[in-house]
Design a protein around this ligand. Structure first.
Ligand code: XMP
Length: 511
């Protein structure tokens, strides 16, 4: 089924993905396309509406991002946000000027709304502004529909042509009624019905996969992470036993993780799952290696080798299932063409395994949508909301040489840490938390005995995508409990420290 589609044309704004997510939250399917997109491609997608994003440029400069004015003649409703709004003004004969101190606005701003269908049911007068340039005169045919103390044209519209522009950011939470405004645009201007729901997605996808794969066979590299798990269960629902999953347990997983994966997919979902226990093999390769990049490379290469060996035993599979999600597609800049995760070495595509085609059932979805689909498919919450875990696993959380003894100590400490975060109700609030084991021993005293044992580092970060992050402020009482439990319960540890570095300059992982 062809879903109603709204297109977000990206002019380089930092909130482009957020706009798309807000549209989807309103039950409307949405795609992000670069401003360089061919108008024919837009026409082919038959959009119900188009949104221009913000961006860091000045619309009146020669080489700033533009789009052909033909787009205004397609008869599709358009909403411009921030730069998008200014671009509409500039392209249609209004005036955009460089703001002096008086016209620049940044942050929460009071607005005076006038009459507009966009403002139906809107009560709050707080919006989020972030602009230097401003529109000093609206194009012909437009009426001004709001203003602020510093911005004479905070929004404008031409209802005849269905073109709307807002200087503020309705997609940002600080615009209190932003969601209402977007929903008015979608439902009252674009007149969508709202056909994008998790159930409709699952039904459509299952049907599509069935048609595509038919009775051929597919292979999936299951990592136990959210994306590959949801992709596997979805494909399994469509083709059942014709899907085989290979789960490489490299021995660098968290406590009970391997067994959990086996229990969930083999027992609960009754899937063809091959678990390869390759701990000795990986630890053997890592013996004596201390340099982080070298460790990553060894783990990545070994992973692919193990995967290849297992898949060769199965004979030729026509399809390979991958858990690629929409941010991977957008960030790689590939839009519609096939994309393969390249950033992460483990879980990447083995090069000389022979497939006819890649199946990526989640490539249209944002992470929170993937989670919702997973829940609806019956995957347990513990897995769906598990923090991100790097492919090389504990191999880069045991700092320096990786040994079984160190991995075991780290697994125990990490499990205590996660247990306490869950008990304190913090686990889901934190984007990612984990323990690390630096290759450091320190002196301590327990009872009357001198101890000389390992140091455990705790990391917890707040982030939205892992690209930047702040260290998470865990309350002292919780930290205290974690520390004393780790020292009491984990043999070989006598000291705990908390990492208070943000990213940048630090990275989230220690290696
Ligand atoms: P850094 O340490 O670069 O991590 O700040 C950012 C996010 O990426 C995860 N990460 C990885 N994920 N394979 C993965 O699948 C990797 O090699 C890898 N290295 C880092 C990290 O856990 C964090 O969420």
């Amino acid at each position: 089924m062809q879903h109603e589609t709204v297109l977000v044309i990206d002019f380089g704004g930092q909130y482009n993905q957020l706009i798309a997510r807000r549209v989807r939250e309103n039950k409307v399917y949405c795609e992000i396309l670069p401003y360089t997109v061919d108008l024919d491609k837009i026409r082919k997608k038959n959009p119900k509406g188009i949104i221009f994003t913000g961006g860091p440029n000045s619309a009146y400069l020669e080489d700033s991002p533009k789009i052909s004015t033909e787009i205004f003649e397609m008869g599709v409703p358009i909403l411009g946000i921030c730069y998008g709004d200014q671009l509409i003004a500039h392209l249609l004969g209004g005036k955009v000027e460089k703001g002096d101190n008086q016209h620049k606005e940044y942050g929460k701003t009071k607005i005076e709304y006038g009459e507009s269908i966009l403002y139906d049911g809107v009560d709050s007068d707080q919006v989020w502004m972030s602009h230097t340039d401003y529109i000093s005169s609206a194009p012909e045919g437009f009426v001004v529909t709001s203003k602020t103390a510093d911005c004479p044209i905070a929004s404008m519209e031409d209802t005849k042509r269905n073109i709307y522009g807002v200087q503020f950011h309705p997609e940002v939470e600080h615009t209190i009624d932003g969601d209402k405004i977007l929903s008015n645009f979608l439902y009252k201007v674009c007149k969508v019905k709202g056909d994008w729901t998790t159930t409709s997605f699952i039904d459509d996808k299952v049907k599509e996969i069935k048609e595509k794969i038919g009775d051929k066979r597919a292979l999936c590299a299951l990592s136990g992470g959210v994306d590959s798990s949801v992709a596997a269960v979805l494909v399994h629902r469509a083709i059942g036993d014709n899907l085989t999953c290979i789960f490489v347990d490299h021995g660098l997983l968290r406590k009970n993780e391997g067994d959990d994966v086996e229990r969930i997919f083999k027992e609960k979902f009754n899937m063809n799952l091959i678990r390869v226990n390759a701990e000795d093999r990986f630890l053997g390769k890592l013996k004596g290696v201390t340099e982080p990049e070298k460790k990553r490379k060894i783990i990545g290469e070994e992973f692919i080798r193990v995967f290849e060996e297992e898949s060769h035993k199965l004979g030729r599979m026509e399809y390979l299932v991958q858990g690629t999600i929409y941010p991977d597609v957008v960030e790689s800049g590939l839009g519609d063409s096939a994309t393969i995760k390249s950033h992460h070495n483990v879980g990447g595509l083995p090069e000389d395994v022979d497939f006819q085609e890649i199946v990526e059932p989640l490539r249209e979805l944002f992470k929170d949508e993937v989670r919702n689909i997973g829940l609806e498919l019956g995957i347990e919450e513990g897995l769906i909301f598990r923090h991100p875990f790097p492919g090389p696993g504990l191999g880069i959380r045991v700092i320096g040489e990786v040994t079984k003894e160190k991995c075991d100590i780290l697994r125990e400490a990490d499990a205590v840490y996660m247990d306490e975060l869950r008990k304190a109700g913090l686990y889901r609030e934190i984007w990612q938390a984990f323990a690390t084991l630096p290759d450091v021993k320190t002196v301590g005293v327990m009872g009357d005995e001198r101890t000389y044992a390992y140091l455990v580092g705790l990391r917890a970060v707040a982030s939205s995508d892992g690209m930047t992050s702040d260290w998470y402020k865990i309350p002292y009482e919780v930290l205290e409990k974690i520390s004393s439990r780790i020292i009491n319960e984990c043999d070989g540890v006598n000291r705990v420290v908390y990492d208070i570095t943000s990213k940048p300059p630090g990275t989230i992982e220690w290696e």
